[in-house]
Write a protein of this length. Structure first.
Ligand code: SAH
Length: 357
């Protein structure tokens, strides 16, 4: 099998149709192949038993393997699982599975590393390597779904909330989302996919218009001076610009914007911050996730005390917003929010300039 070749999992159905036609195969072969890849989760060409031998040989000769390489797999006390996955150029990324009552959520990475440098996030501290391709995003889902199925675990939801800023890799993310939503394949619907962004304002509309998935915004502060420090992207797209984009956002039906807010002790956790946040959200159909801060070695912050979090929640509740204090899942294996890092032990991080939008 060639180390490099066509990445089938990065092709839309139309592109796959064109490729297969170019090989002189009948159109119905596309349906069969799509089903092998996305429904039956076959990762070996030889397993695709109803394809002709010639077609299978052609696939083996021309196409790249359809799975990342698992380097490590850890299971936390609460059942959260984390994989360190190696891509074909040796880069490594992390993918996290969060089992819950009645559903299983996969937290998928969109970049190797991250260029945003949010001061409380460990992924940011390790620098940015590169964007993932659509195939590399899709294959995280195929790999984990296949692996989980062997243990009777179901992957029902996807959050683009792992390493990276998905809206700085919009084209690949959009393509991957369309492939994952395809009814004849993985078939995970728009309501079961959430894209989380630090607020790349010029790209927000496209998420609603072109993808229709749920949108989560990492807010973390409602004063520009503070948000400039916590989420440096705010210097480019400030709170007023972000708010205006969300007032104009094409929300479908009864859906709401999800706001994520990490509570940092003595930094952004006062009752005044909560009241200011309620004012900020006014007019935007919203629900709020308060996230306990997950510390990492050398980080300059501490988690807000429980009574501060409860008070913060109560103020938002009283202002009419559904507000949930999220469980911190998988913290004992560093699988929780902001703890992901793709580096193998001993690897050096590289810092690149952020992609411009
Ligand atoms: N770049 C995207 C997606 C990745 S971050 C974004 O900013 O939304 C996913 C979520 O984890 C964000 O809300 C982020 O702010 C949060 N997070 C990052 N570091 C964290 C930490 N140390 N503790 C708790 N949450 C953290």
């Amino acid at each position: 099998m060639p180390a490099l070749g066509i990445r089938l999992t990065g092709l839309s159905r139309a592109e796959l149709t064109e490729l297969v036609a170019g090989w002189g195969e009948k159109p119905y072969r596309v349906r069969q192949l799509w089903s092998w890849i996305y429904v039956r989760l076959a990762s070996e060409w030889d397993a695709m038993s109803d394809l002709s031998k010639d077609f299978r040989r052609r696939l083996a000769e021309s196409c790249a393997p359809m799975r990342p390489l698992p380097v490590t797999h850890q299971v936390a006390a609460d059942g959260t699982e984390k994989w360190l996955l190696q891509l074909q150029d040796g880069q490594t990324i992390e993918t996290v599975f969060i089992p819950e009552e009645g559903r299983g959520t996969l937290c998928v990475s969109s970049q190797a590393g991250c260029s945003l440098n949010c001061s409380f996030c460990h992924t940011g501290a390790q620098g940015f390597s590169r964007n993932l391709t659509a195939a590399e995003i899709v294959e995280q889902v195929l790999f984990c779904r296949q692996d989980l199925a062997q243990r009777d675990r179901r992957l029902t939801n996807i959050v683009l909330m792992g390493m990276g800023e998905p809206l700085y890799n919009y084209d690949a993310v959009a393509k991957a989302v369309h492939i994952l939503m395809d009814d004849a394949g993985v078939a995970i619907g728009t309501r079961k996919i959430t894209l989380s962004t630090a607020g790349v304002v010029p790209r927000l509309h496209a998420v609603g218009r072109e993808l229709g998935v749920n949108l989560a915004i990492s807010l973390h502060a409602v004063r520009d001076d503070l948000r400039d420090q916590l989420v440096p992207l705010n210097r480019k797209y400030n709170l007023a610009a972000l708010r205006q984009a969300l007032l104009d956002y094409p929300l479908k039906g009864s859906r709401r914007i999800t706001w994520e807010y990490v509570l940092l002790s003595g930094v952004n956790d006062t009752p005044d911050d909560a009241r200011e946040m309620a004012r900020y959200l006014r007019g935007i159909p919203s629900k709020v996730n308060l996230i306990p801060f997950n510390p990492w070695p050398g980080c300059p912050y501490e988690p807000a005390p429980a009574e501060r979090m409860l008070r913060f929640q109560e103020i938002l509740h009283q202002a009419g917003y559904v507000t949930v204090i999220r469980d911190s899942r998988g913290a004992d294996i560093a699988a929780a929010c902001g703890q992901l890092k793709g580096m193998l032990p001993g690897a050096r991080s590289r810092v690149h300039a952020p992609a411009d939008v």
